[in-house]
Ligand binder design. Structure first.
Ligand code: PEP
Ligand code: MG
Length: 328
């Protein structure tokens, strides 16, 4: 424990006017430290399975994956764990799986790779579903979805995995459950297809890192253009706001799991938009909670109104600074 934020680590994330906000963890890198505060979060909103793949010298077997996933699911049980299927390509490379491309962020990434390699995808889905037997807190999330066909193909493979496991496990003690399935909203085209996808999936979660990268056409990993990578750009804020409004109208559960939710200013704007589930780095959780506990949603909404009408990120930052000063 090192500061005033940690001193409130065991208090619930409730705003001054009584809104309960679920704060979840982005996990996958270092389980041991994540574990320490696991009991103070509302579960895992993003488990990056590729992190574990990246630490290894070869693809893990289905049995190895099952064991790894079961440890994670047990650790957080009964809280939900949203496991994302393999999201390699772009900035995430495996030493044992060569992807050489001119434009990796626009190339073979995430779901595009696993749909081209259904054997990898099926292995992973089966390992997840088996790991969930007797627990029931698994949710599966698909990265980099931009086309309806990708949703359909992924769902068909999930059906296949489920069907094959039912045959395999016909005489086992545990029931096999079909987990809830969701999509990441991180490719801009997905924003406009939410009405179609809401009928197919159980939830969605915004990946604000990639959504910002693709909306602004700014490489998230290129330091030369780092100052143009601006999640407080009015266009990004308006997109995030539209996603929240659409999901509410469609009654599609939604959350956000990009870095924006780890910043107090970002969390404030997201709560004002209607986000009630934010998934973040463990190092940010206590600070975001501390801030939200001292604010009213109604005040955050007035701030949001200003920020949504801004014409530049500079203006948004000015409104944010004024708000923070006014709130003390
Ligand atoms: C994102 O893109 O915002 C996200 C959460 O996924 P990743 O950072 O792993 O690409
Ligand atoms: Mg992403």
């Amino acid at each position: 424990l090192h500061d005033k934020f940690d001193a409130e680590h065991d208090l619930p994330p409730i705003t001054l006017d009584g809104e309960r906000i679920s704060l979840l963890l982005n996990a996958g890198l270092d389980l041991s430290s994540e574990h320490m505060s696991a009991k103070y979060s509302d579960g895992v909103g993003l488990y990056r399975t590729e992190s574990w793949f990246m630490q290894r010298g070869q693809f893990p077997s289905q049995a190895e994956q099952e064991q790894c996933y079961r440890e994670v699911l047990s650790l957080y049980h009964p809280e939900p764990v949203v496991m994302r299927t393999l999201d390699i390509g772009g900035d995430k490379v495996l030493d044992y799986f060569d992807i050489e491309e001119e434009n990796p962020f626009l190339g073979w990434r995430g779901i595009r790779v696993t749909l081209d390699h259904p054997e990898l995808f099926l292995d992973q889905l089966k390992a997840m579903i088996k790991a969930n037997a007797g627990l029931g807190n698994l949710r599966i999330m698909l990265p980099m979805i931009g086309h309806t066909e990708e949703v359909d193909e992924a769902l068909a493979l999930l059906e296949q995995a489920y069907f094959e496991l039912q045959e395999e496990w016909a005489d086992q003690f545990y029931q096999i459950d079909k987990p809830e399935i969701g999509v990441m909203i991180e490719v801009p085209s997905s924003i406009f297809l939410l009405p179609e996808w809401a009928e197919k999936v159980d939830f969605c979660s915004v990946g604000s890192n990639d959504l910002t990268q693709y909306l602004l056409a700014v490489d998230r990993a290129n330091s030369r253009v780092a100052k143009l990578f601006e999640p407080y750009h009015p266009s990004v804020l308006r997109a995030l706001n539209r996603i929240a409004t659409d999901c509410q109208a469609l009654e599609l559960p939604f959350s956000l799991c990009g870095e924006l939710g780890s910043e107090p200013e970002g969390a404030i704007l997201l709560v004002a938009m209607g986000y009630r589930r934010l998934s973040m780095n463990i190092s940010a959780l206590n600070k975001v909670k501390w801030v939200l506990r001292r604010l009213k949603v109604t005040d955050m909404e007035s701030l949001l109104e200003q920020c949504l009408s801004a014409s530049s990120a500079i203006q948004v930052h000015r409104y944010l600074r004024e708000f923070i000063i006014a709130q003390g």
